[in-house]
Design a protein around this ligand. Structure first.
Ligand SMILES: [Zn+2]
Ligand SMILES: [Zn+2]
Length: 166
């Protein structure tokens, strides 16, 4: 299934194939600063979303050693979070078209120990501290956080997987 989305001013339009309808919330300080508060993202199954309009307005900012965040340079909408070395491509849950939002489910919260006390998300779900989350993503990656070759390999794998799903 393909999901469409756009930024607040409408100048950037894109589509992507989600890995699932699961939404992940991150309470880390970087996400809260960039997204205005906790970030809510959906994983893309097929690499970076395909930007069909306003590519020139999409600005990508390297926010940490590994992470990049993309936003609309006209309206400031926080759109994508990527960790190229892990082949991770996340799309802000807030920018996808309304028709898909009723299918989404908040599946996990990470950096729960960094959440400020003034808000809490209702309901039961997987909640991980920073240490638990980092242990999970580094598990089985003794070869390091990835080289260009690893990156290319996992891009190929996700493309292969999509082709198999079709
Ligand atoms: Zn915009
Ligand atoms: Zn975060």
């Amino acid at each position: 299934m393909k999901i469409n989305g756009n930024c607040l001013c409408g100048n950037i339009q894109f589509h992507f194939v989600p890995k699932s309808m699961n939404v992940h919330a991150c309470h880390c300080g970087m996400c809260r600063r960039h997204a205005g508060c906790a970030s809510m993202t959906i994983d893309s199954a097929d690499g970076l979303p395909v930007v069909t309009k306003g590519k020139d307005l999409l600005t990508t900012f390297q926010s940490s050693e590994w992470g990049e965040r993309s936003f609309c340079s006209k309206c400031g909408t926080h759109m994508f979070v990527t960790v190229p070395n892990f082949c991770y491509y996340g799309v802000s849950a807030g920018v996808i078209d309304e028709e898909h939002t009723s299918f989404l489910e908040l599946e996990s919260e990470v950096f729960i120990d960094k959440k400020p006390p003034f808000y809490t998300f209702f309901g039961e779900r997987r909640r991980m501290t920073e240490a638990e989350f980092l242990a999970m993503i580094f598990e089985g990656t003794e070869e390091g956080a990835g080289t260009t070759d690893d990156g290319e390999a996992c891009k190929d794998e996700s493309i292969k997987k999509i082709t198999e799903d079709l």
